[in-house]
Design a protein around this ligand. Structure first.
Ligand code: AMP
Ligand code: ZN
Length: 473
């Protein structure tokens, strides 16, 4: 079954044809580790995880590279503002290395909790400054750069395809460019490859270079590291939609100008998570992190389920109510898996024709530009199918979960310490049952279940369990 993906470069869904048969070379722009990731950032990494798992399901050997930005990302994606890392270190009274380590660790904790597979290679910008300098030298040798006011700039006028990805018209951009631009730029859209002049005294992170002591611009790291680990032309490059007009546009210009080749064949972009008032941002008041969701009683996989409910190319509106629906749907799914495990014991090793058709429909939706909402709907349909045996349903759920990543194989009922207030309700229910007050007993069961516990009456008494995933996060 052919995998097709929406390629931003051509603005259409296209069959995925890799450069080398059976392999998929994929680069994803990673986090700037100056703060925690917000749940919007995590949505982007989640869609990239679905893409990777779908590629793997289709038999591709995926080489997934992600950078960790720990230098050079200024507070504006253009060349304005201060380095985010330097600013964060100053504000928090820590060294830049401490900040980078702390937030890199926090980032991987979040992505692990969300069952996002770790990249094959994750690489830090500060470990690759030599590669960046070498790439800038290549650009310089080909006449794509100029030096002004101490900084090295990429000259977009030397690259006629500039703006192809974003379909930018350079004349319009020049006319509409902001008035406050760096006076050293020949064209307002030129961008810095290497800074030696910083507006900020005592710039903390600097390296020697042929142009003087300084630090790299943000965009060059992705070109240098992706070329190093994936080659001069590779298959897929992903990121959030915000990166199309500046970051990815500049990455293409510098990579293709240096190599003279097409750099990336498929550009895959995820739409934003927004809230009811608009854009989520790290600088605005409410800063929604995965830890905050956990504090409010959600399991990280509730958020994964919530994201699967929207197509990656549509905006997704976050609200607590919507997250509640995702949570209860995921818990229902977990309960169904537990029930099927109880009935069948283990998954069937073979599939009937009916069973196979469900998995084909499921993968068909994912192969059609990663349609996760439809794939999820297929799961709910198969669960309702009375013709399918429990062991087959279980086998199908496990198979689907290779892509959904909801940890369905790991779910188990855990006997946990029951809080006193829950135990009191359980006791009252037993009394109600003894008094044959069935309505009251049912009502009490309902209250206990709403509190996240389930009850099972056995010959040895009532067993109270809490439903959760094995890797409790
Ligand atoms: P940053 O750490 O700011 O470089 O962002 C990391 C990733 O998150 C990038 O791919 C961004 O495009 C993406 N991103 C930023 N904000 C959002 C959002 N609200 N929804 C989805 N993705 C986002
Ligand atoms: Zn990038």
């Amino acid at each position: 079954m052919q995998l097709s993906l929406y390629n931003t470069l051509n603005r259409k869904v296209e069959p995925f044809i890799p450069i080398e048969e059976g392999k998929a070379l994929m680069y994803c722009c990673g986090p700037t580790v100056y703060n925690y990731a917000h749940i919007g950032n995590l949505r982007t990494y989640l869609f990239e995880d679905i893409l990777r798992r779908t590629l793997e399901y289709n038999g591709y050997d995926v080489r997934h590279v992600m950078n960790i930005t720990d230098v050079g990302h200024l507070s504006d994606d253009g060349d304005e503002g201060e380095d985010k890392m330097v600013k964060s270190a100053r504000e928090k009274g820590k060294t830049i290395t401490e900040i980078a380590d702390m937030y890199t660790q926090a980032f991987f904790q979040d992505t692990d909790a969300l069952n996002i597979l770790r990249p094959t290679i994750s690489c830090k910008a500060t470990d690759h400054v030599t590669d960046m300098i070498a790439l800038i030298e290549r650009l310089e040798a080909k006449g794509h750069t100029y030096t002004a006011g101490g900084n090295v700039y990429f000259s977009i006028d030397t690259f006629p395809r500039y703006g192809e990805l974003a379909r930018l018209k350079v004349e319009d951009l020049q006319a509409g460019a902001r008035i406050v631009v760096d006076p050293n730029k020949r064209n307002p859209m030129d961008f810095v490859l290497w800074f030696t002049q910083s507006k900020f005294a005592n710039q903390a992170m600097v390296w020697p270079s042929p142009w003087g002591v300084g630090y790299p611009g943000w965009h060059i790291e992705c070109s240098a590291m992706s070329i190093k680990y994936l080659g001069e032309t590779f298959d897929l490059h992903c990121g959030g939609i915000d990166h199309i007009p500046v970051h990815h546009t500049n990455e293409i210009a510098q990579s293709e100008a240096a190599t003279g080749k097409r750099w990336v064949n498929y550009w895959i972009h995820g739409e934003f998570l927004i809230n009811e008032t608009g854009k989520l941002s790290k600088s605005k008041g409410e800063f929604l992190t995965l830890s905050y969701l956990k504090e409010r009683g959600y399991h990280p996989l509730d958020y994964r389920y919530f994201c699967l409910g929207g197509h990656y190319r549509s905006q997704l509106v976050f609200s607590w109510q919507a997250l509640d629906s995702a949570k209860s749907a995921r818990e229902r799914l977990v309960k169904q898996v537990l029930a099927l495990k109880g009935e069948a014991g283990s998954p069937s090793l073979t599939l009937s024709e009916g069973g196979r058709s469900y998995i084909e429909t499921f993968i068909g939706h994912l192969n059609n530009d990663l349609n996760t909402p439809r794939a999820l709907a297929t799961i709910w349909t198969l669960l309702k199918d009375e013709e399918l045996a429990s062991d087959e349903k279980l086998a199908l759920l496990y198979e689907a979960d290779k892509i959904l990543g909801l940890g369905l194989k790991d779910v188990k009922e855990e006997i946990v310490v029951i809080p006193e207030e829950v135990q009191a309700l359980v006791d009252q229910r037993l009394e109600a049952k003894a008094a044959k007050e069935w309505a009251k007993a049912d009502e009490l069961r309902g209250i206990v279940e709403e509190m996240g516990y389930s009850l099972k009456d056995t010959s040895e008494g009532t067993i109270v369990t809490k439903i959760c995933n094995q890797n409790s996060r």
